[in-house]
Design a protein around this ligand. Structure first.
Ligand code: NAD
Ligand code: UDP
Length: 335
């Protein structure tokens, strides 16, 4: 059985489906601070049985000890935490406290229970800003905001833990830009309030919930002047975790992988793909650059391909089609 902290969230909910497809049982631990309780039923409908769920905080070590005593957990995937970059700049202590304490509590409890296999959700935001693309795992590291620092600090902590006890097998997976939704359209991203990220914002403009997109910067040295990112379908991302779990079964130490497609897509490319997928216009205005943004960021995913045998299979058109299916389905759900 796999323990999934944050298993009710955007990536975690898709992870549950990928785990079930790969024949794994799973236990969700989530405090629903950034997810809806009804996602559990929707996961259950896709996997054909009611998921095991513990409602609580990953920082609650007594709860973790009890769950690990009661269930035959072989490995954990740690998604739970706070993830909004701008909020982390405004509330750094909250981010350090929640993200670092969560990881510390989980690793300590896993260690006590003799479970030494862990997959950690890291991020491409750990890479120092550079115009040199693509980024491979050896690129220089430096976060530019507290959220990114929590990811880097947790990676460092995991290295130290693995060095202290060679029984640990840990994967740090550095995600590029996860987008899209389950192809059924019944799971997807549920941002609260105004979306910070491009893809959910575009979806809401296409749906008529917001009038226009603001494109942050039209003067980057990119083919159309707008920012370029490596968008990866959330189901491809989830499948990357399955490959990492498999790899960890036979390999001790810390293993770091980029999970991206290796392809860059500009803001305007994404807008056009979303218009094509939805059949709806996405009106936009080009406005000044967003502070702290880099012009381009995409992955060299060769290590994950060579070591894990994993590559992203789904393209931008499918990411947009699935996100649009979810956008429409979501409108039918009770709020
Ligand atoms: P999300 O907010 O949708 O999911 C996180 C889940 O964790 C939510 O269900 C939330 O309720 C839960 N949670 C938060 N704090 C908790 C706590 N203290 N105890 C128990 N549960 C808690 O986020 P996501 O997009 O699914 O991201 C998952 C992970 O991947 C995060 O660690 C995030 O930093 C990382 N990541 C995400 C992205 C992205 O763009 N979505 C990119 C890189 C890395
Ligand atoms: N972006 C944009 N308008 C928005 C949100 C994002 O133009 O409302 C741009 C942003 O400047 C970047 C790209 O879209 O070039 C992806 O931004 P996102 O916040 O989704 O991801 P990140 O910048 O963290 O990679």
């Amino acid at each position: 059985m796999i323990l999934i902290t944050g298993g009710a969230g955007f990536i975690g909910s898709h992870m549950c489906v990928a785990l079930a497809e790969a024949g794994h049982r799973f236990l969700i631990l989530d405090n629903f601070s950034n997810s809806a309780r009804d996602v559990v039923g929707r996961i259950g409908a896709l996997v054909g049985r009611a998921p095991l769920v513990a409602e609580g905080d990953v920082r609650d070590e007594a709860l973790l000890d009890r769950l690990l005593a009661e269930h035959p957990v072989e490995a954990a995937i740690h998604f739970a935490g706070l993830k909004a970059v701008g909020e982390s700049v405004r509330e750094p202590l909250r981010y350090y406290r929640e993200n670092i304490d969560g990881a510390l509590a989980l690793v300590a409890a896993l260690g006590r229970a003799g479970v030494r296999r862990l997959v950690f959700s890291s991020s491409a935001t750990v890479y120092a800003p550079t115009p040199a693309m693509p980024l491979d795992e050896t690129a220089p590291l430096r976060a530019t905001n507290p959220y990114g620092w929590t990811k880097l600090m947790i990676e460092q902590m995991l290295h130290d833990v693995a060095r202290s006890d060679p029984a640990w097998s840990i994967a740090c997976l550095r995600y590029f830009n996860p987008v899209g939704a389950h192809e059924s359209g019944t799971l997807g991203e549920e941002p609260q309030g105004v979306p910070n990220n491009l893809a959910p914002y575009v979806a809401q403009v296409a749906a008529g919930q917001r009038p226009r997109l603001q494109v942050f910067g039209g003067d980057y040295p990119t083919p159309d002047g707008t920012g370029v990112r490596d968008y990866i379908h959330v189901m491809d991302l989830a499948e990357g975790h399955i490959a990492a779990l498999r790899h960890l079964a036979g390999h001790a130490g810390v293993h770091t992988f980029n999970l991206g497609t290796g392809r860059g897509t500009s803001v305007l490319d994404l807008v056009r793909s979303f218009e094509a997928a939805s059949g709806r216009p996405v009106p936009y205005d080009i406005v000044p650059r967003r502070e702290g943004d880099v012009g381009e960021c995409w992955a060299d995913p060769a290590r994950a391909r060579d070591v894990l045998g994993w590559t992203a299979r789904r393209g931008i058109a499918q990411m947009c089609a699935d996100a649009w299916r979810w956008q429409q389905h979501r409108a039918t759900l009770p709020s």
